[in-house]
Design a protein around this ligand. Sequence first.
Ligand SMILES: [Zn+2]
Length: 331
Amino acid sequence: MALPKVELHVHLEGTIARPENTDANFMSLGDFLGVYDKGMEKLQTARDFHDVTLAYLRRAADDEVRHVEMFFDPEPHMERGIAAGAMVDGIEEAIDTASRELSTPAGAHITANMIFSWQRNRGVRSAEACLQAMAPYVGRVVGVGTSSDYVASWPEQYAPLYHKAESLGFRKCCHAGELTDGSDGDWSGMERALKLIDPERIDHGYRCVADPSGRLLEAVVEKQVHLTVCPLSNARLRCINSLAEHPLRRLIDSGCNISLNSDDPGYVSDAERHLTQVFALCSDQFELSLDELANISKSAARAAFISEDRLVEIEQAIDKWTVQVQQQTEP
Ligand SMILES: [Zn+2]
């Protein structure tokens, strides 16, 4: 049996296969977003949202993923005249079908949640309209995130909207600490996001190690804010020059609460089993032990927006896997 996994950081629009004439390596986040924004134009109807969601959940189930929390970006779709309800209906129907009909190689079922995300470069007025459009679907949509490109002072700009979203019942996630360029996409924006937005999860967040005072890393550990790190995506989008530059080992050894995720698997992965590829590459690069691999998976399950019963079910599956692998490797 493969390690039972939980994926907390994957974008629905990023699961669409990249154009055939491109490979999985991009020049920068901006270069990637140009291709990504174009690719998402394929999503036009509730049926399209359904089909793309179900296709990904099928691949995830084949990869022994037990639970997925999937971001989607309503703003560009709304701009193209697609109603918020059509997106939610399409994604939800696929999630329902997947949980009823799909099974992992170990015979387990798969569950999923959806999280809408604001495309930060579109500005707060667009985000406000998006929040209004998504408000009737709270519960069916469990949370809000902030993705796409980074703009100056984004934590200050988006904090009031986050508080409003929270009061409506949305759980808070945000992309931060992803870039190495000293902008607000780097550790300084993340530091202010932690203070002003106070998210339950930070997507990426690995740049907390870049704060020269060391205080941001300390705060992440102390608050146990969960970081959904995506080392392969960071390397493929040239946020770092290679996987070896990712501070995954330091994050783990410092006591950070992290998970491993694929981010935009249709674009940055070149394997059939996306998350297994991420785990395998990181395991080789950072010499992750069996316990560390199991802990990463458990940490993801604990940070997921799922019921206590579902959490226990997934944790037990991970424990079962650990015992099986230990037994196989014993002489
Ligand atoms: Zn992302």
